[in-house]
Design a protein around this ligand. Structure first.
Ligand SMILES: Cc1ncc(COP(=O)(O)O)c(C=O)c1O
Length: 400
């Protein structure tokens, strides 16, 4: 059987491996608490479901325009203008099959074989895979925990000079760190980018509406409108609208970039599902309280996570400003020989915690953060408390 060379550039995701093991244990009847999920545990708000059902009843079962229903593109443009104070028109919008596909399209429209992309680490694991699939190379910029895993202007300047990249990928708030750039941070990064006009920027804001502790998300294009022609902003409905299964994402960019992405999309998925797009129009018109209730629920959970983690000796984490993840520093437990267990890495540690504590986490190595575990707090408060206490007990047993 032939295997294309490009497949050697990407590995099956570590996230899926641990999720699969956790699922298998659950099937055996074991009570597993999973901090692995990258999706809200809420159902999609009812008006969105209703709108999609109506669309089906009304015969919306055909192809739509490749870049999305004109009404949805217009609605996204109006919503984006309202939410972030950036005047946006429908021809600056493309709708795709999830944020993931839109990011893939954006990268495919920018990266040529041999081009470099800069990615601050820790990173969402699909970014490097997509750059590799486009034939590009990745240079990671290692951020520091004591700087909240944020890339500094100096780090960016040095990396651009060293690598002459075609693309910089930024994600704020971040999966997996939960950290986010402030307006001042962005101004300083924009100053660097202004000096390097050949660098395109992919700005992934998919968690922009899930922020905590009073943090207010700011868009890069708002802070630096002069850079807008080389920024592709990507987002989606999965996270803040609880619509992961609908597979709907969008990009906002210069109309020329949108045309390039549409050309690519016309030969891959064509359009996002017609009646799902009808649901998305309703999502953008939802009563804000519905979304705010979900955000508040996440904020409470985040506070419980931080409280429970503070009770465990030997681990730490930076309080997340957004998204629904914490990155737990477990370096003290990543080189331990204990009875039958020889834990040499975060991957071994995640396996140990799953097997001994019956708790699923994701090893930080999957995100370029060895020595850490990522915990998603997209689960109920009791499970969060119980799960983190179990992690604490499992770690404590390693000390004995
Ligand atoms: C940082 C980030 N960007 C984009 C996505 C894509 O989400 P979706 O394809 O469901 O819209 C995800 C999903 O986990 C993510 O974490």
């Amino acid at each position: 059987m032939k295997k294309a060379k490009r497949l050697s550039q990407v590995q099956a995701s570590l996230t899926l491996a641990i999720t699969a093991k956790a699922a298998a244990m659950k099937n055996e009847g074991i009570d597993i608490i999973s901090f692995g999920a990258g999706e809200p545990d809420f159902n999609t708000p009812a008006p969105v479901i209703e709108a999609a059902k109506n669309a089906l009843d009304n015969g919306m079962t055909k192809y739509t325009a490749v870049a999305g229903l004109p009404a949805l593109r217009a609605e996204i443009a109006a919503w984006y203008s309202r939410e972030f104070g950036i005047e946006t028109s429908a021809d600056q919008v493309i709708v795709g099959v999830g944020g993931k596909q839109v990011i893939y399209n954006a990268i495919m429209s920018i990266i040529d074989p041999g081009d470099k992309a800069l990615i601050p680490a820790p990173y969402w694991l699909s970014y490097p895979a997509m750059v590799h699939l486009a034939g590009g190379d990745v240079a990671f910029i290692d951020t520091k925990e004591d700087e909240n895993f944020l890339m500094t202007p100096n780090m960016l300047e040095e990396a651009i000079v060293k690598h002459t990249p075609a693309l910089l990928i930024l994600n704020s708030p971040s999966n997996p760190t939960g950290q986010a750039y402030t307006e001042n941070d962005l101004r300083a990064l924009a100053d660097v980018l202004r000096r390097h006009p050949d660098v395109n920027i992919l700005w992934d804001n998919i968690y922009a509406h899930l922020t905590y502790g009073g943090f207010k998300h700011v868009e890069l294009s708002k802070v630096a409108p002069d850079l807008a022609p080389r920024i592709v902003t990507t987002g989606g409905f999965s996270k803040s609208f609880a619509m992961t299964g609908w597979r709907l994402g969008f990009a906002i960019a210069d109309p020329e970039r949108i045309r390039m992405m549409s050309t690519l999309q016309s030969h891959s998925t064509s359009n996002a599902t017609s009646f799902a797009q009808a649901g998305a129009i309703a999502a953008l018109k939802l009563d804000k309280n519905i979304l705010e209730d979900m955000r508040k629920t996440f904020e409470n959970r985040r506070n419980i996570v931080l409280d429970e983690i503070s009770k465990i000796d030997g681990v730490s984490c930076a309080a997340p400003m957004g998204a629904f993840y914490v990155l737990l520093n477990c370096k003290k437990f990543c080189n331990i020989e204990h009875g039958l267990h020889w834990i040499q890495s975060d991957i071994d540690l995640a396996k140990f915690i799953l097997e001994e504590g019956h708790v699923a986490t994701v090893p930080g190595s999957a995100f370029g953060a060895p020595g850490y575990l990522r915990l998603s707090f997209a689960l109920d408060e009791d499970s969060i408390r119980k799960g983190i206490q179990r992690i604490g007990a499992a770690l404590e047993s390693l000390k004995a």
